[in-house]
Structure formats: C-alpha cells, structure tokens
Design a protein around this ligand. Structure first.
Ligand SMILES: *[C@@H]1O[C@H](CO)[C@@H](O)[C@H](O)[C@H]1NC(C)=O
Ligand SMILES: *[C@@H]1O[C@H](CO)[C@@H](O)[C@H](O)[C@H]1NC(C)=O
Ligand SMILES: *[C@@H]1O[C@H](CO)[C@@H](O)[C@H](O)[C@H]1NC(C)=O
Ligand SMILES: *[C@@H]1O[C@H](CO)[C@@H](O)[C@H](O)[C@H]1NC(C)=O
Ligand SMILES: CC(=O)N[C@H]1CO[C@H](CO)[C@@H](O)[C@@H]1O
Length: 460
C-alpha cells in the first residue's frame, strides 16, 4: 500500500498526464459487477454510464430535430423520486438474513469475514423508504442537466415568471425529490429572493391507489402474481438459493427465495446509497443476478406492466392530464397566445411511470414474460433495470418546426425513444398530430368510468 501510494505520487509529479489516468479508475473502482441488474433499486448512472465521469454531462445532439428550425416550446417531465432507504418490509428481511449469516454461516473467505467482523447492520424499519442524500443529489443533478438540455424552457426567466409548474405525490420521498429538483435550479441561478411552490396531487401521481378495479383485481388479489410465485419456487431460483447456501456453508433449506432477495437488496442498497461494493455482493455471480433481475421484472410485468390490461388503464387519468397539457401548449403556440406552462415537472413513483409507459406501448415484449420462459426472454425489451432506476424520467417535448409543423419527442432517462407505430421516417420526432392519431382510441375511451370502477356483480 505504501509502495503503491509512493509509486502513484511519483507518477503524478513526473508525468502530469497520469493525474487523469489515476483519477478515473478510482471512480469506477467500487461498482459491483452485478449493478446493472438491480431493477428498480438501480442507480441512474448504470443506465447512463457517461454520468459516472461527469454528472453534468449533456449531449444536445441526441435530440436530432428534423430541421434546424425546430424549437422546443413545452416540456412535460414525469420523474421518479431519487435514491431512497429501504421500506420497512425490506429492512426486516435484510435483518433476518443478517442474523442467519451471523449465527450460522462459516468459511474463510475475506468477504464473509468482513460481513461477520466489520459490517454492521444499519438498516432499520423506521427508515421507511425516505429519500437519502444521494437521492437529493439525483434530482439536483437531473434538474441542472435538463436545464442544459432545454435551456430555452428550463431557464431562470421561466422559473421566475411562474412558467415551470411542479406537481408531486404526497409521499415524503417524492416531496423531498421535488424540493431537491427546485433546489438544483435555484442554486444554479443563485435565486434567494423567491420560493417556488408545488402542488400535491395523489389522484394523478398515485393513481394506482385510486383505481378500485386495479386494487381489487391485481394489487390485493393473491393469485394475480401466480407467475412470480411459480418462478420463485422454480428451478432457476432454486439454483440461485443453493449457490448462496454453498457460499455461506449452510444447509440448502436455510435459504429461500425471500432470503435471496434480501441479499440482493443488501448489495443493491449499499451500492445505491453509499456507492460501495459491499461484501454481500459476493453472494451472487452474474448468472444469479440475471435470475434475480428476471424475478423482479416478472413481478413488475404482472403487477404494473403488460400482464393485465387494468395495470396500464389505471394510469388513464395521468395519460389524459399529460395530453391535455400538450394540447393546451400546442393550441397556445399555434394561436400566438402567451404560453401558460413552459414546463411541468411531475414527481412520482416507479409505479406511476410503468403503467403509463405501458399504456403508451413502450417496451412491449414479444409475448408475455412467464415463469417458464426465462431462457427465451434473455433479450427482452421489458427490463426494469434499464427503464426504472432511481430518478427515472419520461420527457415529452413539443417542438415548433415552423409553419404550424408541431412535433413531439419522447425521451426516457434522457435517451430518445420512438413511439410505437411511428418508428420509421419520422423518428425521433414524429408530428404531434400523428402521435395523437396513434393514441386516438385511448384519447377517446380511456377513462376512470370504463377502466377503474369495480365490475358490478351481475347477480348481486
Ligand atoms: C453526442 O451524441 C451524438 C449523437 O448520438 C454522438 O454521435 C456523439 O458521439 C455524442 N458526443 C459525445 C461527446 O458523447
Ligand atoms: C425532507 O426534507 C426535510 C427538510 O429538508 C427534512 O427535514 C426531512 O427529514 C426530509 N424527509 C425525508 C423523508 O427525507
Ligand atoms: C411557438 O414556439 C416557437 C418555438 O419555441 C416560438 O418561437 C414561438 O414564439 C412560440 N409561439 C408562441 C405564441 O409562444
Ligand atoms: C415472436 O415470438 C414468436 C414465437 O416465439 C416468433 O415466432 C416470432 O418470430 C417473434 N416475433 C418477433 C418480431 O420477434
Ligand atoms: C398502432 C397505430 O395506430 N399505428 C399507426 C401510427 O401512425 C403511423 C403513421 O401515421 C401509422 O403508419 C401506424 O399504423
């Protein structure tokens, strides 16, 4: 260590070029090899690795408007809260795993010795999913990047003028994410003389609690996730739990699927919250992590995604809200009126974004994800690790390309995505009218009365 240090210092002193070479590996040093499989517990930087080097990096040429004339005039952003502590349920499961390892595991591996002698269980149930400091930064940094990506929309003038609106779910992690996003902007522009409010709207941002049919048929229905249960009792998961048991030298029946999940969470939370490659990560190799990722994707697919029609339909209220904002902005721009809203920032949950992405038809897989097709779904597009890390965001941007030619661009996690059915000549910025045409059925028929009311029992 001493030698290494001297060696480095000498390099730094003699050859200035190597200062850079020395710093970069340090940044990457602590990334677990399985970090890209953490589903909704994943770090935003795993989806956009260029941010590891420079958290403020923005590449405006990804926007690729069809002509230089195109100028953005409205942005609706739907953003998940930032990195958070575990929920009470996760914390409890991690505690149980920790107790079992402390009392029963044996072996001489350095990572196991580290768990047993140095690592301390610091997760408690009262953490209750609160936003962590990293989560504050997720949103501050995102706000600053978006202001660089869309400088005419997310500007000091627009913020001061009240043209940037904030709406959030009532959950503390979402409210604090919203505060952090605003702080990112006010700190950037050194605004101290003014505060900007936000509206709390659960009907919009937590629609899943308000859709009776979804609650009844999926959320509270014990059989709705039978594919997930089958996979978690199936051969792929059994192999994972046996490998964990082997690594800990405990009997196979000591480790069930919940314990495997708790171990996976421990690795994921330690990394997301503290950016450390914790010894718990050594309980998995990449093959195991892919199985864990699949089990989680399976759950999201059946609970929030394409598995049941009502999952996406539960987001109709948000879908309509988004399109009514876009319509109003488009009308105002066309008719030469003053814009009422340049930007809407709406902060919610993974459970807010996924049903909406599903309703819009993004990441639609070829066929269902089931308990038995793990092997054939390795290339699936429905991958929550890519779609829904902390601070995941869907941006819908309206452009005026001159002579009434309005375009709509969608970006997920700051990368352009093509609207289903509009992938050809118009990508990445189809005409707004064509997008509405593609969603015309939903724009007409998707509403609370058809989607979310409980089905009346005919014989009751
Ligand atoms: C920016 O994006 C463009 C288009 O995707 C790409 O060709 C270019 O290499 C990117 N530049 C940087 C610095 O990443
Ligand atoms: C949210 O932020 C407030 C003030 O910044 C802080 O007091 C509170 O503990 C935070 N709450 C959560 C849940 O993070
Ligand atoms: C419509 O949007 C374009 C592009 O930003 C802008 O130049 C024009 O002034 C806008 N019209 C109105 C009425 O705001
Ligand atoms: C979808 O899956 C079916 C059956 O597995 C296969 O025959 C078909 O080619 C697939 N289509 C695409 C577009 O991948
Ligand atoms: C599903 C759907 O309606 N797709 C249509 C979307 O719009 C394009 C262009 O107008 C059509 O070619 C697609 O058929």
């Amino acid at each position: 260590m001493t030698f290494f240090w001297k060696f480095t210092v000498i390099h730094v002193l003699i050859i200035p070029c190597c200062v850079v070479n020395y710093v970069i590996p340090e940044d990457n040093f602590d990334i677990p090899s399985i970090a890209k499989y953490f589903n909704t517990k994943g770090r935003y930087e795993e989806v956009n690795p260029h941010l590891i080097k420079d958290i403020f990096a923005v590449n405006r040429s990804i926007l690729q408007p069809p002509s230089a004339q195109c100028q953005p005039f409205h942005l609706t952003a739907i953003i998940r809260h930032g990195t958070r502590y575990p929920t009470s349920k996760n914390a409890k499961e991690m505690q149980q795993l920790y107790n079992m390892v402390m009392s029963s595991a044996s072996g001489k591996e350095s990572w196991l010795r580290e768990i047993k002698s140095q690592w301390r269980m610091w997760y408690t149930e009262d953490m209750d999913g609160r936003l962590v400091q990293k989560g504050v930064e997720d949103h501050k940094h995102l706000a600053i990047r978006l202001s660089k990506l869309f400088p005419s929309l997310i500007s000091e003038e627009k913020l001061r003028g009240g043209f940037i609106k904030f709406i959030t779910s009532s959950k503390h992690r979402c409210v604090n994410s919203t505060l952090s996003f605003k702080a990112g902007l006010t700190e950037l522009w050194a605004i101290t003389d003014k505060e900007f409010d936000h509206a709390v709207n659960d009907a919009l941002m937590r629609f899943f609690d308000h859709c009776a049919r979804f609650v009844q048929e999926v959320d509270k229905n014990p059989t709705a996730l039978s594919e997930v249960d089958k996979f978690r009792q199936g051969p792929e998961m059994r192999r994972v739990t046996e490998k964990i048991a082997d690594r800990l030298r405990v009997p196979y029946n000591t480790i069930n699927d919940d314990m495997a999940e708790a171990a996976f969470y421990l690795c994921a939370y330690e990394f997301a919250i503290k950016t450390v490659n914790s010894p718990w990560c050594q309980l998995f190799d990449e093959v195991d992590a892919q199985v864990m990722e699949y089990a989680n994707d399976l759950k999201q697919f059946w609970k929030r995604g394409y598995g049941y029609d009502i999952n996406s339909k539960s987001s109709c209220i948000l879908f309509h809200d988004v399109f009514s904002r876009l319509n109003r902005a488009a009308d105002e721009n066309r008719s030469g009126q003053q814009m009422t809203e340049a930007v809407t920032v709406q902060v919610g949950h993974a459970e807010t974004l996924l049903p909406l992405l599903t309703l819009l038809g993004f990441f639609k897989n070829n066929g269902s994800i089931t308990s038995t097709n793990y092997a054939t779904q390795t290339q699936r597009s429905f991958r929550t690790s890519h779609m829904l890390p902390y601070a995941a965001n869907l941006l819908l941007v309206l452009y005026d390309c001159g002579a009434g030619d309005l375009r709509l661009q969608a970006l997920l996690n700051e990368q352009p995505v093509t609207f289903p059915g509009l992938s050809d000549q118009q990508a990445p910025m189809p005409r707004y009218e064509d997008v509405k045409e593609n969603y015309s059925e939903l724009l007409q028929a998707c509403d609370l009365s058809t989607g979310c009311q409980p089905i009346k029992k005919i014989l009751a």
